[in-house]
Design a protein around this ligand. Structure first.
Ligand code: PLP
Length: 375
């Protein structure tokens, strides 16, 4: 369902004071998410965990809604602390052999660097393909690094630096053809562009809630396909990973045969309530409508910036655009620009020597004009 008749001023209190275009950093909370947090806190204060069954039901609804956004089954979604935690779950659940390798790209955000780099202690090599001068990561270059000892490919779905979006279906197809597990750091894409992990045929995607998903930090999703889960060991599992984990005396409970095995201990119920409220917003408005708005407002911004003489570093073609617009200008210090914008109540970021704008669906062309005036 698509509903852009949403009252944006009420839903996004941030708009009263700020032109907020830093969703690739940390998002502001929609009113309904803030309200869900307040309600949960009030209830936990007044009644403790006496309504734990309701909390579990909210957790499950959040799982189902997140699965809708990812394009997978609900039992293929595990809740994790953050993107890094999800990637660590993957990296530490594979029975590596010395001499294996992981292929990835240079310039990944460190969340998608350390989980693979850490495997050096097991004799696993991390191989990184360079970026093309045109600002794109090429799957051909990734494939050129693969050999018979490649076990997994790890890439950002969307680059934090310039916003280039990798083709999920092509990534999945390449990895399947080469018999390699496929893993996306999805945090810069999920909630900004439509995902369909089942159709892409990828194995894993990890994303925290605090950017495009409009939820707080510290509560994210790990998609783990039912196809891949059988290949994983139990190193990252704990008591809540087991079917019937409420039976504390039974130490022989079987592991969940799906992603939920990664929920090793007590759940972040506060986070789940906030995340569920954010997922409700996505379902109400519709991912396609959200993506269309993000595309329109970023197109508008790109056009205005180009006319003002800024170089655009974000690939903008069909299938490769994202919510990130990365720009630079000769002799202009991006840090100074971001500071000046901040003083004029416009929030952007400086990354890799450029100014990075990342508006969401509720940002308007008017706001883009205000950002340009502040530049
Ligand atoms: C590509 C990418 N991955 C991961 C993260 C954050 O990782 P985590 O959720 O583990 O804090 C960021 C944050 O900027 C990012 O841009």
């Amino acid at each position: 369902m698509s509903d852009l008749s949403l009252n944006l001023d009420r839903e996004f209190p941030i708009r009263r004071e700020w032109v907020y275009m830093n969703h690739a950093g940390v998002c502001p909370l929609p009113a309904r998410v803030a309200e869900a947090i307040r309600l949960f806190a009030d209830q936990a204060a007044a009644a403790g965990a006496t309504r734990y069954a309701d909390w579990k039901a909210t957790l499950q609804r959040a799982r189902e809604r997140a699965a809708g956004l990812l394009g997978c089954e609900a039992n293929e979604v595990a809740f994790v602390k953050n993107t890094t935690h999800g990637l660590l779950c993957v990296a530490n659940s594979i029975d590596w052999r010395a001499g294996d390798n992981v292929v990835t790209f240079e310039g990944e955000f460190p969340a998608n660097f350390w989980p693979w780099k850490n495997l050096e202690r097991l004799g696993v090599e991390r191989r990184a393909a360079p970026w093309r001068p045109d600002g794109r990561a090429s799957l051909q270059d990734l494939e050129a690094l693969m050999d018979s000892r490649t076990r997994l490919a790890a890439a950002s779905w969307v680059s934090y630096a310039n916003g280039f979006r990798l083709d999920g279906a092509a990534f999945g197809a390449l990895c399947r053809r080469r018999g390699v597990l496929s893993c996306f750091d999805g945090i810069q894409g999920l909630g900004a562009a439509p995902a369909n992990v089942a159709e892409w045929g990828i194995d894993f995607l990890s994303a925290d809630g605090h950017k495009w998903l409009l939820a707080p930090e510290g509560f994210g999703v790990l998609y783990c396909s039912n196809r891949a889960v059988g290949q994983l060991n139990d190193a990252m599992t704990g008591w809540c990973s087991r079917a019937g984990y409420g039976d504390y005396e039974d130490h022989s409970l079987p592991l969940h045969g799906d992603a939920r095995r990664f929920e090793e201990g007590s759940h972040n119920m506060l986070g789940a309530h906030a995340f569920d409220a954010a997922m409700g917003l996505f379902h109400e408005v519709g991912m396609d409508a959200i993506a269309a708005r993000i595309r329109a407002v970023t197109n508008y911004l790109v056009e205005r910036l180009r006319r003002a003489g800024w170089a655009i570093h974000s690939p903008r073609g069909e299938g490769e655009w994202s919510g990130i617009v990365s720009v630079s200008k000769a002799d202009v210090d991006p840090q100074a620009v971001v500071k000046r914008l901040f003083e004029r109540r416009v929030v952007a970021a400086a990354r890799v020597g450029r100014v990075r704008f990342s508006p969401h669906f509720y940002n308007t062309e008017d706001e883009a004009d205000r950002a340009m005036e502040a530049m």
